[in-house]
Design a protein around this ligand. Sequence first.
Ligand code: ADP
Ligand code: MG
Length: 349
Amino acid sequence: MSQPQPLIRILPPQLANQIAAGEVVERPASVVKELIENSLDAGANQIQIDIEKGGSQLIRIRDNGCGIGKQDLTLALARHATSKISTLEDLEAILSLGFRGEALASISSVSRLTLTSRPEYQAEAWQAYAQGREMEVEIQPASHPIGTTIEVANLFFNTPARRKFLRTDKTEFAHIDEVVRRIALAKPNVTFVLTHNEKKVRHYKAVEDRSLEQQQKRVATICGDEFIQQATHIDWQHDDLHLYGWVGSPTLARPQNDVSYSYVNGRMMRDKTINHAIRQAYGDLLPKETYPAFVLFLDIDPSYVDVNVHPAKHEVRFHQGRLVHDFIYQGVLNALQAQPHLPLSESEL
Ligand code: ADP
Ligand code: MG
């Protein structure tokens, strides 16, 4: 009997990348998130985001970060290629937003991607171009100030099933707008400009200093004056845990609250532990079926939290969930009790 042919094969890199892209690149807003995070990791303090047709035609992100050298341009687009970690220990101490080395490979496998960059040590800029299908990267000289521009054109042009799931330009842009808001809220020292079809839609100017007053400015711009007027500032610390931000008065509670932002080590999260602790702190103060308004940042030793739970990094896992929960609960409770218009708690009567 002849030996049967093997049935198992290793997928070509292009297909493997497209499959991985399914997890990271859900829609144009996910591309925008990944690219802005890269700009922030590169130390940029000016990020320009240009969108055409809800991002399906063009997403262009330009930053003044550290740039990518010519020798690294092709590698930047390869899968599992990253400058941010090299060992498991690095991952456990991670402070950068990226580390999976996947975003650019995934995005370039489902779009026409151009990466132009110039680091300070290079006199001229270089440009890499990758177009979905073959994944062959071409490199040529270009002109660009120090920093990086990434252009993502015709997203999902070669994955029609994905393209079909795109909503109207208006809806896709609304998602992008929200992603930019979330990130801008956490990075008041960075200027963000967002345009849609060549019209300037947002301009979040970097704050002048790290004073509370300046920080509040960015929050007020994004969450509205009403929020900041009816919110209490919180700054709560215990051992390695630090919780700060703003807790809205119960009068700001809504059935679907637009202002509910929580971050872990600068990363936007929707985390059950955090949400539960916050809700519990509000307790009966919240009218039924409503959610509180808050902007809260939790800083925690990165070794106490696993950020590698989902490719898009929407979730974290705390090693000591109970401890984190109780810490947040206490912090928010204290802030709420400090709000002048609230009834005193039983222990104070
Ligand atoms: P990750 O962010 O997980 O490392 P990416 O695929 O998003 O993976 O990016 C790959 C690499 O390309 C990064 O590790 C970084 O070295 C480089 N890079 C990407 N975007 C930028 C940028 N805007 N500025 C400087 N370097 C960048
Ligand atoms: Mg990245």
